[in-house]
Design a protein around this ligand. Structure first.
Ligand code: GRF
Length: 191
């Protein structure tokens, strides 16, 4: 069974959907570590409730990204992690982690990439007035939401939608999509 580390900075609803899929048996994997870079993130409560090992840190306590990523790497080694799963982790991954986990870091982004990369992708799509947006799961490289795409799902923007309604529709899609894409990924042989 593949061993996952989930990286998150906020609410953690995607962490929850992955955890729930594991519990229900639709995702055959194990979350062995949650990594969080914010002391006030709700995902910390979720991880505690689920009894999952936690590494939370404040970037301001480190000289630079290489320093905290080196510490993260040591935790990943201790927990024998196969894949890093980004789920609302609001930081670019640096070379320290990218080199060791090449092709083993996955992200979910709330747009049809390459459209609307970066922050507030839902707001960007809503303000642009497009008729559809969506969700992308992709491998992570050194760019901002630029790595090779694994899967995409379209979400319509309907007349009368507010940004909140759209956000809810996108999140429902994410919660369904991420565990099932991860299940496919976890069945592959690691090279
Ligand atoms: C999701 O919309 C994800 O696509 C983006 O950050 C958000 C995280 O939400 N990368 P949550 O913390 O999982 O609720």
């Amino acid at each position: 069974m593949k061993r996952l580390a989930v990286f998150a900075s906020g609410n953690g609803s995607n962490f929850q959907s992955i955890t729930d899929a594991i519990k229900s048996g639709t995702l055959e994997a194990e979350i062995c570590l949650v990594v969080c870079d914010r002391e006030d993130a709700y995902v910390l409560e979720r991880a505690k409730l689920e009894n999952i090992n936690l590494f939370s840190f404040s970037p301001k306590n480190y000289a630079n990204k290489a320093e905290f990523e080196t510490e993260i790497l040591e935790k990943l080694r201790q927990h024998d992690v196969d894949f890093i799963i980004l789920a609302g982790y609001m930081r670019l991954i640096g070379p320290t982690l990218l080199q060791k986990y090449s092709q083993r870091i996955v992200n979910i982004h709330p747009s049809l990439l390459p459209s609307f990369p970066g922050k507030d992708a839902i707001g960007q799509a809503f303000d642009a007035g497009v008729k559809e947006t969506g969700v992308t799961v992709h491998y992570v490289d050194d760019g901002m939401d630029t790595g090779p795409i694994i899967a995409q799902k379209t979400v319509p923007i309907l007349d009368g939608d507010t940004k909140d309604i759209l956000q809810k529709r996108i999140q429902e899609t994410e919660h369904d999509m991420y565990p099932s894409v991860l299940q496919q990924l976890c069945q592959k042989k690691l090279t």
